[in-house]
Design a protein around this ligand. Sequence first.
Ligand SMILES: Cc1cc2nc3c(=O)[nH]c(=O)nc-3n(C[C@H](O)[C@H](O)[C@H](O)COP(=O)(O)OP(=O)(O)OC[C@H]3O[C@@H](n4cnc5c(N)ncnc54)[C@H](O)[C@@H]3O)c2cc1C
Length: 483
Amino acid sequence: MTAEPAQLPGRARVVIIGGGVIGASVAYHLALMGWTDVLLLEQGQLSCGTTWHAAGLVGQLRATENGTRLVQYSTELYGRLEEETGLSAGFRRCGGVTVARTHDRMVQLRRTAATAEAYQLDCELITPAQARDRYPIMAVDDIAGAIWLPGDGRANPTDLTAALARGARDRGVLIRERVRVTGIRTRAGAVTGVHTDRGDIEAEIVVNCAGQWAKQVGAMCGVTVPLHSAEHFYVVTERIDGAHRDLPVLRDPDGYTYFKEEVGGLVVGGFEPEAKPWVAPDELPYPFEFRLLDEDWDHFAILMDSAIARIPVLAETGIKKFYNGPESFTPDNQFILGEAPELRNFFVGAGFNSVGIASAGGAGRALAEWIIEGEPSLDLSAVDIRRFARFNGNNQWLHDRVSEVLGLHYAVPWPNRELATARPFRRSPAYHLLKQANACFGSRMGWERANYFAPPGQDAAIEYGWGQQSWQPWSNAEQRAAR
Ligand SMILES: Cc1cc2nc3c(=O)[nH]c(=O)nc-3n(C[C@H](O)[C@H](O)[C@H](O)COP(=O)(O)OP(=O)(O)OC[C@H]3O[C@@H](n4cnc5c(N)ncnc54)[C@H](O)[C@@H]3O)c2cc1C
């Protein structure tokens, strides 16, 4: 989409900051629901921030039912956008195969299949041989089993953004590129508009969809948007025999990797256990349009080695391009949606933790409902911005935390998992006494809290597992003693 040199209006009912896939989706859904006095401002060009270099995987199954419903809606929408707008989102329902290397992962996949059934989502447990039938170029000697999700797919992120923007424009939304928001206007605890490098604009409602810049934009009006960028990697290979348009998306979470067909080769990317945080949110460079970061083959090695083990032909396939793009991650791996508790009529849709393409349709609709009707039609408390407090905006804390968060995508989602990074952060005056008593700590709102006490001489560490928890006997002993 080309820049529009047209004049800026002096007011709009809603101003959306950011023309990535999320801002475009919010604009589209506001217009779809009848609110057309909407102005979207983008400091560069549409999709020039993080959106343009996304791999475009659209996996439907999420940790919560409503998270899954949200992506299910995205897939329906992406499939019909071309008919509606004349622009294709490049969406292809190629299906997805996820393989398990270990017993523990297999337990997770069985649970996933059961959850999918409860959500009326097609998902089938398959054997290694059946997995290879669906994905003939992979090695399956070391896998325990797999699942097949026929409804999963992939989209083209730039085309998707353009199609959503076209749908919004066709209904009357104004989109202005090359306009940078430089401040937020407020009065009596409510937002009243924005300052831009091309003049001021009055607004009843302002929506912060500024991607990794959303923390900066929030700080313009005292709103905490806890996110931090991390470098995120994939490579695109030369052509490979057997890589075709209908090849499913393959995920090998025990090897931290995913694979997607692209022009006859493969996109090979992943979620390494220890990520590389990028610069602090207030030090993000400007301008930063359609830009990538430097290649880092050392950091990528853990993914590439594992990818070659899964798809042996990669060992003799050339790499066409290395993508290192920054994406924003949040402290708990959930995105950030809703009205900011600090400022009335100031909404946020940001921090998409590398699932922004898959989530955009559903998240855009939810935010439009929140704005127009006062709440979304799904319970989205897991992603509500009100779960955070001011301390969550601490840049050092965020920096340390996102190094762990990126890898959580493919980590086994153990029950009762406690995140290990950026701790201890807040300690009560009794912390040292609890520690002396061999407490095993968890963290809630940044506070170190004794979850249970290991017997003297034993290591007070959590051993995660699907069955009875390792700390259960300790907890039982404590209850008996208390009784
Ligand atoms: C390597 C990589 C692979 C990925 N793969 C996938 C995938 O397979 N599937 C998936 O679902 N997701 C994937 N993602 C994640 C996805 O790209 C993001 O979640 C999504 O693009 C975020 O969209 P956004 O609109 O929030 O942010 P952005 O696209 O960054 O949009 C924000 C926009 O706001 C603008 N802006 C900022 N400040 C201002 C201001 N002051 N005034 C005006 N405009 C402003 C910026 O210029 C920018 O264009 C991937 C990400 C990376 C990095």
